[in-house]
Write a protein that binds this ligand. Structure first.
Ligand SMILES: CC(C)(COP(=O)(O)OP(=O)(O)OC[C@H]1O[C@@H](n2cnc3c(N)ncnc32)[C@H](O)[C@@H]1OP(=O)(O)O)[C@@H](O)C(=O)NCCC(=O)NCCS
Length: 169
């Protein structure tokens, strides 16, 4: 059975490889420190039969947004700066890619973001895509590229709710 849990010392961080050294290094060297300091939260996808082996991970953090850069009318309805959630990292082990695990983690990340929105109020969910392929990956969940920076994407709250509902069906 698959389970998503907070990264701890007992997870095998050294054994994880998603093919992107920067993401591997973040998981190995930085993610736990950032949890301890309250900078971000990194969650791990495991199979309960092998609970220390990391199949994938994602990192959530808060961010401040300059709203004039948002697409469409979003740029006009908010004050100049607003708070949002950010998908700071997302990665799946090379052996497990293209099996839907990234999508499972995306839905979990969106559910956690919705809980933040319902409890303290944020305008939506952001992600920086590292390249055009990654941008396309995020667009399929409803993320919209920012007009002045196509590798930075925004998922407004309504779209986030719709994506979670679509995944539940
Ligand atoms: C990008 C990543 C997280 C996707 O996770 P995944 O588990 O492999 O993807 P999923 O199985 O959930 O993919 C669902 C669909 O998204 C699309 N997709 C998957 N990977 C994609 C990619 N790299 N680029 C564009 N679209 C992609 C496909 O349409 C896929 O469906 P299909 O396999 O039936 O064609 C994973 O490939 C990964 O960790 N890559 C290396 C690290 C990375 O690039 N992280 C993103 C940094 S911005």
């Amino acid at each position: 059975m698959l389970r998503i849990e907070l990264l701890t010392k007992r997870h095998d961080r050294k054994g994880f490889d998603c093919g992107e050294p920067a993401l591997n290094n973040y998981l190995k060297k930085t993610a736990r420190q950032h949890i301890e300091k309250g900078i971000s939260r990194t969650f791990i996808l495991v199979d309960t039969e092998e609970p220390t082996s990391i199949l994938g991970f994602f990192t959530l953090a808060s961010c401040e947004v300059v709203t004039s850069g948002l697409p469409g009318k979003s740029g006009r309805i908010y004050p100049a700066k607003a708070q949002a959630a950010k998908l700071a990292r997302l990665a799946v082990s090379t052996h497990q890619q293209r099996r839907g695990l990234g999508s499972i983690m995306m839905v979990e990340a969106m559910q956690r973001t919705l809980a933040v929105a319902e409890n303290i109020g944020i305008i939506g969910f952001f992600v920086n895509a590292k390249n055009q392929d990654a941008r396309k990956y995020y667009e399929q969940f409803g993320f919209i590229a920012l007009p002045n920076n196509p590798l930075e994407l925004f998922l407004p709250l309504n779209s986030l709710k719709a994506a979670i509902e679509a995944a539940d069906k």
